[in-house]
Design a protein. Structure first.
Length: 145
């Protein structure tokens, strides 16, 4: 339960932080996050986006997450969060969420925002720190199966 609450908080924090950042952050120093040019949307409203990230070991304690959202028209939807490992190696991530509130998402163009965020717990209170962020257009395709 606690992990779910932390992940949900990261998604919310990541979404808020994303509005302040408009492009890749961290790419010049071997850190980065990206989303694939396509995602999927199923008939039940489940949206899936995926991509890669890389980050080096961090100086402070605390979890790292990849959070994402998609914007279709004027509506932005949070699409989950995935725990990340910062070891200098490129990793893949997949975020998926069934959208139940707001306008349904249909296949077509969308904007994806992805953030790699560290919750530094060194002070006892988790303090979010953006490691990398990326925003770009994608195509949501119908999910197969």
């Amino acid at each position: 339960m606690r992990g779910s609450l932390v992940a949900a908080g990261v998604v919310a924090i990541g979404g808020a932080l994303l509005t302040a950042a408009a492009g890749p952050v961290g790419a010049a120093d071997g850190r980065g996050v990206s989303a694939a040019p396509t995602g999927t949307v199923s008939t039940d409203g489940t949206v899936t986006v995926f991509g890669t990230y890389r980050c080096s070991p961090l100086p402070g304690p605390g979890p790292v997450f990849v959070s994402s959202s998609v914007r279709v028209g004027e509506v932005r939807h949070g699409i989950g969060g995935t725990a990340a490992t910062c070891d200098g190696v490129e990793h893949t991530w997949v975020n998926q969420d069934k959208l139940v509130l707001g306008a349904p998402v249909a296949p077509g163009p969308a904007e994806v925002e992805t953030t790699l965020v560290h919750l530094d717990t060194g002070s006892g209170l988790p303090m979010p720190s953006v490691i990398a962020t990326n925003r770009h257009e994608i195509e949501l395709r119908p999910a197969k199966g």
